[in-house]
Design a binder for this molecule. Structure first.
Ligand SMILES: Cc1cc2nc3c(=O)[nH]c(=O)nc-3n(C[C@H](O)[C@H](O)[C@H](O)COP(=O)(O)OP(=O)(O)OC[C@H]3O[C@@H](n4cnc5c(N)ncnc54)[C@H](O)[C@@H]3O)c2cc1C
Length: 449
């Protein structure tokens, strides 16, 4: 039987990061990544295969980053895991381990409607052959329906619209796109941007059935609307891939992911889990969190990898920070929206500021940028933020996320020491984070008096 020190099952965002972290923290240990696929897709780049990159093979995570750290790779499918004997069996035989990390990820969510499995209906799989097939089918199709207006649905729709002779219709059951992560005013701006790019976006649209004689021919809504379609793409979330953990009898959590503690330990001795397969709790109040993101997966992998032979890191809970972009419009969000904060029982102050992200605004790369910050009214703790702007929105939101994670107060942010430059940032006299915090403070004082 083969033997190694550390086995990581899965080689995508979580698995690769866990392996690198394990080698950095325990350089004397041999680390083996066991994964199914020969080449690993960069998951977040998948939508861009269709319009911008042109092929799945242009969206591959290089193995060189693992090899540079001395990580070994085995392209095998794990069939069983025995926590007592500390061994796995794979398509190629058995391997014994000292420590193991499950990073088996997620599978696309399925829409429970008749016809979801017809020829021409595509869930979004992180699989090269599947994406090549979708690409090929798109060449011969003109009418595309995307179900789900989250960021993945929007990115897919926009990329497909870049191809010749395509009509693209998006369907969303909620009143707005992105409504779980943004307040209404941001959702409306994104919808207008999507429409301006020639995409028909329909909200409050509940799918009843996908019709066709074997092959997709139309999508029928509950209100009786029929939308002709050659291809249907589902952007309706992800479900944790827990097959191995479940067969082993490991504990699962409330969202049917692998239960883990704050050190990413599972219920089985010497076995950790991270990424989309692992259960998450919210940073705000510790409720189960449904979020599944590559950025969360890699952060958890850095905790799991570091803790293999002694606890060095703990999980604070999922803040929930991510961004998306179509054309020149970027939207980014972190923490709680104003709507979610109020629904969760927070008494809050929300402030919106708008101004250029360069000074003067006519500098290259300048764009009007809107920032919304949400604070808890009595303590001044930052709960969330949203940004609409151009490419700089992605990094602005990461600053907001760091402030949330460190539980910074409006007062801390108002005196936050930033560096500014005309070609790179907003003006120091109207720096959006600081401005928003100052306005929030004045509102808190006003309402306290
Ligand atoms: C289209 C799309 C766009 C996205 N864009 C973003 C984005 O912009 N930003 C962001 O933060 N997140 C994004 N996400 C989410 C992100 O892709 C996931 O959160 C991320 O892939 C999770 O990584 P993971 O390693 O946990 O799981 P996965 O990426 O699902 O990888 C699981 C790994 O486990 C392996 N595996 C599973 N079972 C076995 C087995 N039995 N034996 C061996 N190997 C096995 C798989 O082969 C794979 O290597 C996007 C997702 C999609 C689908």
């Amino acid at each position: 039987m083969r033997k190694t020190d550390v086995i990581i099952v899965g080689g995508s965002a979580a698995g690769a990061t866990a392996a690198i972290t394990a080698r950095r923290h325990y350089p004397e240990k041999e680390v083996l990544v066991v994964r199914q696929e020969k080449q690993v897709l960069i998951p977040c780049g998948i939508p861009y295969i269709f319009g911008t990159l042109g092929s799945p093979v242009k969206n591959i995570m290089p193995d060189a980053m693992l090899e540079k750290e001395g990580v070994k790779i085995a392209i095998e499918t794990v069939k069983t895991l025995d926590p007592l004997k500390q061994m796995i069996t794979t398509t190629e035989g058995a391997i014994a381990y000292e420590r193991l990390i499950l990073a088996t990820g997620s599978l696309p969510g399925r829409l429970p409607v008749p016809g979801f499995d017809k020829d021409g209906a595509f869930p979004i799989m992180k699989n090269i052959a599947h994406l090549e097939l979708l690409q090929k089918r798109l060449q011969d199709s003109s009418r595309v329906v995307v179900i789900g207006c989250g960021f993945i649905g929007i990115e897919f729709a926009d990329e497909i619209r870049k191809l010749a002779n395509k009509t693209v219709t998006m369907l969303e059951i909620a009143p707005y796109c992105l409504s779980l992560a943004y307040d209404e005013e941001f959702c409306v701006e994104m919808q207008e941007a999507v429409r301006s790019r020639g995409i028909d976006i329909r909200t409050n649209a509940k799918v009843a059935e996908i019709k066709g004689n074997g092959k997709v021919e139309s999508v029928c809504l509950v209100d009786g609307t029929v939308i002709p379609a050659d291809i249907v793409i589902f952007g309706v979330g992800a479900v944790s891939n827990v097959a191995i953990a479940k067969a082993t009898g490991m504990k699962l959590g409330p969202t049917n992911a692998i239960a883990v503690d704050r050190a990413m330990r599972t219920s089985a001795k010497h076995i950790f889990a991270c990424g989309d397969c692992a259960e998450k709790v919210s940073f705000f109040g510790g409720q189960p969190s449904p979020l599944r993101l590559a950025s969360i997966a890699t952060m958890e992998a850095r905790i799991a990898g570091a803790n293999l032979y002694g606890i060095r890191r703990e999980h604070d809970g999922t803040v929930g920070v991510w961004s998306t972009a179509i054309g020149n419009l970027a939207m980014a969000t972190a923490g709680l929206t104003e709507t979610a904060a109020r629904q969760n029982g927070y008494n809050c102050v929300a402030v919106v500021v708008e101004g250029p992200n360069r000074h003067p605004g006519g500098m290259p790369g300048g764009a009007p940028t809107k920032l919304k910050l949400v604070f808890e009214k009595n303590t001044g703790v930052l709960l969330g933020g949203q940004v609409r702007g151009n490419t700089s929105a992605g990094e602005i939101i990461n600053i907001v996320s760091a402030c949330i994670q460190k539980r910074m107060l409006a007062e801390d942010i108002a005196t936050f020491q930033m560096g500014t430059h005309p070609a790179l940032t907003a003006s120091p006299t109207a720096y959006p984070l600081v401005n928003a915090a100052e306005i929030a403070i004045s509102q808190m004082y006003k309402t306290r008096a």
